[in-house]
Design a protein around this ligand. Sequence first.
Ligand code: ADP
Length: 491
Amino acid sequence: MRSRLKNIFQKFRFLRSLRVRLLVIIMLVGTLPCILMRYGIMQSYESRTVRQRTTAVQTQLKILANHLITYNYLQDNSSEVIGAELAMLSNLYDGRVLIIGGNFKVVKDTYDISQGKTIISEEVIRSFNGESLSNYDRVHGYIEMTVPITETVKIQTDNEETETTVVRGVMLTSISTDSIMSTMDSLGQRALILEALTIVVVISLAIVLSDILTRPFARVTQAINTVKAGYSNEKISVPDYLETVHIVDAFNQLLGRMKMLDDSREEFVANVSHELKTPLASMKVLADSLLTQPDAPLEMYKEFMGDITVEIDRENQIITDLLALVKMDKKAAALNITAVNMNDLTELVLKRLRPIARKRDVEMVFESIRPVTAEVDEVKMTLIISNLVENAIKYNKEHGLVKVVLDADHQMFSLEVSDTGIGIPEDALEHIYERFYRVDKSHSREVGGTGLGLAITRSAVLMHRGSITVKSLENEGSTFIVKIPLTYIAG
Ligand code: ADP
């Protein structure tokens, strides 16, 4: 059943084409009014002509009715004048006239068939009551009319004379509508020819118009294909319609983003190579200077080997950070969300970092405003806290202070890491999250920085749908504030 439906959809796939739809719409809009108009005009012509013919005959019949009374035709049908009038009427309208007397007897039939017969039909009875009737029979092609033959009679009562109308008989007439029909036939034929011509013109117009109207979309596809095939990397432009402008704008924006990604990837690769090469270059210099001195003292060997170990550690640190960053670039699906006690976690990280702080004579204070349990990835959360606290220690002054404050409202928890360190210049604030960015390269190198810590931290925070902000004053210190939802928002 499904595959059958699929087959049908496949067969009528062409209906989804804008060009076919336009073609159908233009054809319908062009031809339907034409057909309706022909039908309407023919109909109104027919009813108008039938009405006119009926009125004309009825008028003639009324005049004839008066003559019938004058000539007392109902009693004596020998009048030649009336005979001639009747013959003229039936000739003129190609019809038959029956004159029925008071006793429903046919006094005269112009066809000489029903003379002397009695006709009692509904119409005749109604006409005896004074009504004039007409009925158009389209199928058999005639109009039937019944008209009363009336006489005005004066009645003398006591001292008044009143006039009343008395029905003496009825005229039953049927006239042929063949002439109307033949006029209609020839009219209809002409209309049909016109209609066919119009349809041909409309269809040709529809084919041409639908092609012209949809051409800009083909141009959009062609332009995109050129970019896709790699022949061009330039922005495309199809300004024919607002719609194509919108599509092309969106495509150009996408192209711009792709270019940006490409550029940043190139820059990243260049940065990585440079960063990885620096320790190697140092090691080479150290090793070379030992090699070029054949009788170098043992102390020199020891010192240089110590320096080489430092460079190897640095190389190692850069690679570890890079791996952390690459992992972070994968989608949020990589998060391992559990309910984590943030107070315990922060305490643990601070405990781990305490030896480094002590080495630099930096005091660490943890202020927990309230117990916080949050749905987070524990490993990444540890990275966030340790990176921020490590920086606060690294970029501090002697006898400095690092303060960590943990707080929460009903939606988010916040982790505030402030230090009394060297601070960050205002123009550097917008760059500190960039990979490999360091305010003071030599100082960062001294303290063992790779320039990747804050990039990793920011990625981890964003994966948790949180935010990271910084306030800093040079020579006074910096405060990093991380806010993360208590419950993890997936999707
Ligand atoms: P690094 O490994 O060099 O510390 P980060 O990405 O962690 O790299 O930080 C980028 C730069 O931002 C650092 O080199 C440093 O210049 C500056 N920075 C970060 N944290 C602080 C801070 N607490 N105080 C002063 N400067 C900071």
